[in-house]
Design a protein around this ligand. Structure first.
Ligand SMILES: Nc1ncnc2c1ncn2[C@@H]1O[C@H](COP(=O)(O)OP(=O)(O)OP(=O)(O)O)[C@@H](O)[C@H]1O
Length: 467
């Protein structure tokens, strides 16, 4: 193409060169034309000559205006400004989208110009624009869905509760968010471990990167490995063509939330330990090492120490994870939060259900406060949803609450029992608390109801911090 540079020099534009240009451009299905600085046609390929309806031999050497009376080339050569994707109506009545490109020399003088027809059929052009728009919209949609799937949805504001215990927990969690260490969130089922995991990611330096959740208990153990680490093509029968990226790679740069870590099979724990230590792994069926940089936020409602003693959880993994530990107190240990949580959840549920129930009677609230909530906030949310559905006014009354709450016959959730001793102590604490409330704090009366000595009552009040 070097010869083209000299095209304005008639001595260089030999027949041989024009012949060469035709040889190059004739087979192309894109109509092309070469105009010199005097607006004369120097080269036109076959498809363009056919389009204009003249033989090539007639066109070559003629001023372009003689071939197309509507041509803008003389103007473009004068202004030295190329025109890209212009709609043009040719002298023969045909309309198309064209480029007119002016080529200048080092001094900024015109050397030649090239013309090109992009689309003759304008509908075809419109189609492409439409398709492009559609694709752009699709990309936009997928991007936002991806963010929804792999983004953290909750922040500190969504975690309700300002009791001393909850404030302390949030304080530690905020510190954990700022650190780069792994985080272990402990707490009974329904206490808000997932909320905390989202909020920690959202408040960390990695918040613009993905937050990927894996429920270790929900994925069958034989699938967990490929879910976490991905696999190479042909790794096993039924493996997808091209392989599959695993959750660790998806979370690269961000955080991976390993929920129910206590349920992770031992084999997988060993692999996870390696990822935590070496920050690398191989996909299933592959030998290429994948390097990753992510933070692990793990959560469980299981007693990991007990699992270690039973040989079901690796001690070394426990110590790796147990760097920043957040223990979320069960709802029964932060009764002060129940009112605020109830009010805010009623607001949220009213919106979701489209039933406006903003109030709760004093008695109903008292009942909620004296219940022990083995299912924690999740259970409270369910009870409120049921009540909102039952009420016919704007207020939740005791009658809208389940019998086991109004009669305070506590259902004991086997999963929430860590030991009989603890369960007995909890029951004892609640019994003393409700008697003290009933007697307005009169210790003599309380000791009588409970049939214990006053000294015994005093020591229990101190033990359970009921003063
Ligand atoms: N402090 C809180 N404020 C508002 N909503 C809460 C709070 N804690 C929990 N919830 C709500 O309770 C439900 C359960 O929360 P979440 O799933 O985070 O609990 P979890 O501890 O991860 O439970 P599990 O161990 O069963 O997975 C959710 O609907 C959540 O929005």
């Amino acid at each position: 193409m070097d010869s083209l540079v000299e095209i304005d020099d008639d001595t260089v534009l030999t027949e041989y060169l024009v012949d060469m240009l035709h040889k190059i451009f004739d087979p192309l299905p894109v109509p092309m034309i070469l105009i010199d600085k005097d607006s004369k046609v120097r080269m036109i390929n076959q498809v363009f000559a056919d389009f204009l309806g003249y033989p090539k031999s007639y066109i070559i050497g003629k001023p372009v205006a003689e071939i197309d009376k509507n041509t803008r080339f003389p103007f473009v050569l004068k202004t030295k400004k190329s025109e890209i994707a212009w709609k043009h109506k040719f002298g023969n009545g045909r309309t198309a989208i064209v480029h007119r490109i002016v080529v200048l020399d080092e001094q900024g003088e015109v050397k030649y110009a090239v013309g090109m027809v992009l689309f003759e059929d304008l509908d075809q052009f419109k189609d492409i624009i439409e398709k492009n728009k559609l694709l752009e919209n699709e990309v936009h949609l997928y991007k936002s869905q991806l963010k929804e799937m792999y983004g953290a949805k909750y922040s500190w504001d969504t975690i309700i509760g300002n009791s001393p215990k909850m404030s302390q927990t949030k304080f530690i969690a905020k510190r954990a968010a700022q650190s780069i260490s792994n985080v272990l969130i402990l707490g009974e089922s329904g206490t808000g471990k997932e909320l905390f995991a989202h909020a920690i990611h959202n408040d960390s330096a990695r918040n613009h990167m993905p937050f990927v959740k894996v429920n270790c208990a929900a994925i069958p153990s034989e699938l967990l490995e490929s879910e976490l680490f991905g696999y190479e093509e042909g790794a096993f029968t039924g493996a997808k063509k091209g392989g599959k990226i695993g959750k660790f790679e998806l979370a690269n740069g961000g955080s991976i939330f390993l929920d129910e870590i206590g349920d992770m099979p031992l084999k997988m724990q060993a692999k996870l330990l390696r990822v935590l230590q070496e920050r690398e792994f191989e996909r299933v069926g592959g030998n290429r090492t994948v390097k990753i940089d992510l933070r692990v936020i793990a959560a469980t409602n299981k007693d990991l120490q007990r699992l270690i003693a039973e040989g079901k959880f690796r001690e070394d993994l426990y110590y790796r994870l147990n760097v920043m530990t957040i223990e979320i107190p069960p709802l029964r240990e932060r009764v002060e939060d129940i009112e605020e949580i109830t009010i805010k959840l009623m607001e949220k549920l009213s919106n979701q259900l489209g039933i406006y129930v903003p109030k709760i009677s004093k008695k109903a609230l008292e009942l909620l406060k004296s219940y022990s909530w083995p299912g924690n906030v999740r259970e409270l949310e369910n009870v409120l949803e049921r009540a909102i559905n039952l009420t016919e006014t704007d207020t939740i009354l005791p009658i809208h609450l389940p019998l086991y709450i109004t009669q305070n016959k506590r259902k004991i959730d086997p999963n929430s029992i860590d030991s009989l001793q603890n369960l007995l102590e909890q029951t004892e604490r609640e019994a003393i608390k409700s008697c003290l409330e009933y007697t307005n704090g009169n210790k003599l009366k309380t000791a009588k109801i409970l049939n214990i000595s006053r000294t015994n009552l005093y020591s229990k009040i101190e033990k359970y911090g009921l003063e």
